[in-house]
Design a binder for this molecule. Structure first.
Ligand code: GLA
Length: 388
């Protein structure tokens, strides 16, 4: 199968979301980006301290453009058009690798082996207890000290259903961050003709283990320099959520969203009831139970829709996962300076982390996160962009 490649100039012009670059370097009038131009391109993104080279891939279908680095599988940029066709980058991140290496709250990253928290960093499989690094209060968060977000992934240019795609893979060795089993993982990013960023995950293991993968992109559909996301309207296909203790660990009980500030069954501004969320730091940081999720299903189902009234951008999320962590960037406290020198403040972005429920290995009645030898873990999540 042949994959059309884009010229560097065309790609750059597209990433900047305008034809102005073409305009300044050629006398020709600005050309709209051809809707049929799709492709993938590789660039250098710098080196780790030990000299390991890091790449940045640009994937586009001519309308939606994503940049993804082999460091942490991070989606560094995601350009989508607004209702006037003007393109903007709608995810938080940094202009260069150094920003990511300096430490950050999982911007755009592949999160694993276990997304979200495991209580006290402990779980058992078949009577054997495993201990993980405790890196979030008394708990283990997002895979530990050097989770998948800080690993270098092997990259392969490929296609998914004819669309340009980037397949990232790595073997997570037995015992990495305390988790059992040699785990072979792939994460494939593609941009579909329907203007979606689609992420397909697979994994196999040689020992029983636990696994919970997600992507931790922080979205602001007006563009991250534009203030908070409190005016964005959210709909969640969720009637229940997991109740948690003061350390964000599920009690095991599910709560009904009805009549509470976490009811997003009908479109509602994210900021409408956010002030009613008790505790510190306040804001949404809840795992919702996806309505209609079926164990083992390979068909992503409607999970969430976000609309930005200012730009008209919409993002619809479909997933095969039973849960989605809705997080409103509550821990962004103005200490991180991101792209273009923009200081990221509380509620400047939201995350919809499609995943299994937090602390599942310690809750036998939650959908299982156990993976056995001979089984293949799969997860598919689609972030589809539109305008209204
Ligand atoms: C997840 C968690 C949050 C926070 C962020 C990263 O969304 O649920 O509590 O830890 O990751 O900062």
């Amino acid at each position: 199968m042949t994959r059309p490649r884009l010229s560097a100039l065309a790609l750059m012009a597209m990433c900047l979301g305008m034809a102005s670059l073409a305009r300044t370097t050629q006398a020709a009038p600005p050309k709209p980006v051809a809707t049929d131009s799709q492709g993938i391109q590789k660039m250098n993104f710098g080196k780790l301290a030990d000299g390991t080279p890091i790449e940045l891939y640009t994937l586009t279908n001519g309308k939606i453009t994503a940049k993804i680095t082999t460091y942490g599988g991070i989606v560094t940029e995601l350009h989508t058009p607004d209702r006037d066709g003007k393109t903007a980058d709608i995810v938080l991140g940094f202009d260069s690798l150094e920003g990511y290496l300096a430490g950050h709250p999982y911007f755009g990253a592949i999160t694993g082996r276990f997304a979200n928290r495991i209580a006290k960093g402990k779980f058992s499989i078949d009577g054997k207890e495993y201990s993980l690094a405790v890196n979030n209060g008394p708990n283990s968060l997002h895979g530990g000290l050097k989770g998948f977000d800080k690993q270098v992934w092997k990259a392969e240019e490929t296609t998914v259903d004819g669309s340009p795609a980037l397949k990232l893979s790595r073997i997570s060795p037995d015992g990495e961050e305390g988790y059992p089993g040699n785990l072979s993982v792939t994460v494939t990013y593609s941009i579909t003709p329907e203007n979606a960023l689609k992420i397909d995950y697979t994994a196999t293991t040689d020992k029983p283990t636990v696994l919970n993968l997600t992507n931790h992109s922080y979205f602001n559909l007006s563009g991250p320099a534009s203030g908070t996301i409190l005016d964005h309207e959210l709909t969640l296909a969720a009637d229940q959520y997991t109740l948690v203790d003061e350390n964000f660990i599920p009690t095991g009980k599910l709560g009904s969203v009805t009549g509470t500030p976490v009811d997003f069954t009908k479109a509602k501004a994210i900021g409408a009831h956010i002030g009613q969320i008790a505790g510190e730091p306040g804001g949404y940081d809840h795992n919702f139970v996806v309505r209609g999720a079926e164990a083992g299903s390979k068909k992503p189902i409607f999970t969430a829709k976000v609309k930005d009234p200012k730009s008209g951008r919409t993002m619809t999320v479909l997933t095969t996962e039973p849960g989605v962590q809705f997080y409103t960037g509550n821990f962004l406290d103005g200490t991180v300076k991101g792209k273009g020198g923009v200081v990221y403040k509380k509620n400047q972005a939201f995350c919809l982390e499609t995943q299994h429920y937090p602390d599942s290995p310690n809750h036998a009645d939650f959908p299982t996160t156990r993976l056995n030898p001979g089984q293949t873990y799969t997860q598919t999540t689609v972030y589809q962009f539109g305008v209204e």
